[in-house]
Ligand binder design. Structure first.
Ligand SMILES: Cc1cc2nc3c(=O)[nH]c(=O)nc-3n(C[C@H](O)[C@H](O)[C@H](O)COP(=O)(O)OP(=O)(O)OC[C@H]3O[C@@H](n4cnc5c(N)ncnc54)[C@H](O)[C@@H]3O)c2cc1C
Length: 410
């Protein structure tokens, strides 16, 4: 059996950020990775994907963006390269092609079984990614079998889909990007819209994420917000990274010709049924955007920020014609369904009793109830930005500090 002080599971940016902080504290560790470094960015992203966070937000412990386009948005392949460079520069002790198949707690620490070896360690950091398993609703079982179904993790480009119409379910960041791309490829696209987080790409001359960062909204802490459970389950922000920094939202998609329908509520006898409350869904997202802009404007006034761009408000999301409430999936109009209905982590190999009723790992800002077991990279783990690349540095600094105390005391 091999031994080390700490095992980090996963060599994405979260695991590598933690590895860098452990190395800075001279904590002996290995990073176990089932594929190669940045495996998710190599295998689970579509061809045209760019980061929705501007390049200056690509910051990790001991690393800041060095390119000549800080306000641009990196392509997925460049993100994989950047993370690989970061691993090399950090001399991260990564064991690639080593899948963890079980983690157990024994009296003296953890036994980590992989498909290569067995390891013993006093502490374990789980950084396997929050977006590994696409959430496909049970409705999928009722989709007529002639329709191709896929998720954003499987989607690569429009040529992969059979000719004909596409129903994209979910107006998440992934859903709107793929809907826009399919529309540009002359596919008739219907987008089923549930709760969403509307965002303009730019506001008062700056990227909206610049404002959120400057006003401290991305750094808001998990133990200082009123409804953490809700915050952790919010859908992704409707943002797209592109060379022209255009806002892609439901208004722009609908004016291009994407048909918007309500949340997909069921499929009966091959007919998809959509919620009739699309107008309310739009109104709620518009209201929340208004509140965000109010907060930003208040911050700008308080700090005396003067960028020469006065406050403004965006037109409400338009309800063009009454949205259809049903769509016959047997008619041949729809040939593909793309479930852009979110993701969840895969921790099926974790044999430590730290889960809640829904199978999610319970934790307090990444510290689990099992001594020496930590979690990284989950939504709002310790801060609003925890699931962004830019959130890993602060979280890894905090959690490696906790872990160092734990090792010292045990
Ligand atoms: C479509 C999409 C777009 C995104 N866009 C942005 C963006 O613009 N900006 C931003 O900041 N964030 C973005 N994110 C969020 C986040 O940055 C990514 O999800 C990122 O990949 C998370 O990094 P991670 O290190 O936490 O997890 P991952 O990158 O998923 O890395 C986890 C690693 O763990 C490995 N692993 C998992 N299980 C095991 C096991 N049992 N044994 C060994 N290894 C294992 C995996 O192979 C993987 O390499 C996006 C996410 C998605 C899904």
């Amino acid at each position: 059996m091999l031994k080390t002080s700490t095992i980090v599971v996963g060599a994405g940016h979260s695991g590598l950020a933690m590895s860098r902080c452990l190395a800075d504290r001279s904590i002996d560790h290995v990073v176990l990775e089932r594929g190669e470094v940045a495996h998710s960015w190599r295998t689970q992203r579509w061809d045209s994907l760019r980061l929705l966070t501007p390049n200056w937000m690509t910051r990790l412990p001991g690393y800041a963006y060095r390119g000549d386009d800080p306000d641009g948005y990196l392509a997925a392949s460049d993100v994989a390269e950047l993370i690989e460079d970061y691993a090399k520069e950090s001399a991260a002790p990564v064991l690639a092609n080593t899948a963890v198949t079980s983690v157990r707690h024994t009296g003296r620490g953890y036994v980590v079984q992989t498909d290569q070896d067995t390891w013993r360690a006093k502490s374990v950091v789980l950084a396997p990614g929050a977006s590994t398993v696409p959430n496909v609703p049970a409705l999928q079982a009722s989709v007529p079998c002639r329709i191709t179904a896929l998720t954003p993790a499987e989607y690569r480009n429009p040529s992969q889909l059979p000719d004909g119409g596409v129903l994209v379910v979910g107006a998440s960041a992934s859903g709107i990007q793929i809907a826009a791309e399919l529309h540009r490829a002359d596919r008739p696209v219907t987008l089923a819209v549930g709760e969403h987080v509307r965002m303009p790409r730019t506001y008062r001359g700056k990227d909206i994420l610049w404002w959120m960062d400057a006003a401290g909204l991305l750094a808001e802490r998990y133990d200082q917000i009123p409804d953490l459970v809700r915050a952790r389950n919010l859908p992704s922000m409707l943002l797209v990274g592109s060379t022209n920094r255009a806002t892609v939202d439901l208004n722009s998609l609908s004016s291009l010709g994407v048909r918007l329908v309500g949340r997909m509520a069921g499929i009966r006898d091959g007919v998809a049924q959509f919620s009739g409350s699309l107008a309310n869904t739009f109104a709620l997202a518009d209201l929340k955007l208004g509140r965000l802009l109010d907060t930003i404007d208040a911050w700008a006034t308080e700090t005396g920020w003067d960028g020469g761009h006065p406050p403004r408000r965006f037109p409400p999301t338009a309800v063009a014609a009454p949205a259809p409430l049903t769509l016959d999936l047997r008619s041949g109009e729809i040939r593909t369904i793309l479930w852009a209905t979110g993701f969840r982590p895969d921790l099926s190999w974790l044999d430590v009793p730290v889960r809640d009723r829904k199978g999610r790992v319970r934790h307090d800002g990444g510290v689990t109830a099992s001594p020496g077991l930590y979690l990284m990279g989950m939504p709002f783990l310790r801060r609003r930005k925890s699931s962004f690349i830019d959130g890993a540095a602060a979280d890894a600094a905090d959690l490696s500090g906790h872990l160092a105390h734990y090792l010292h005391a045990n």
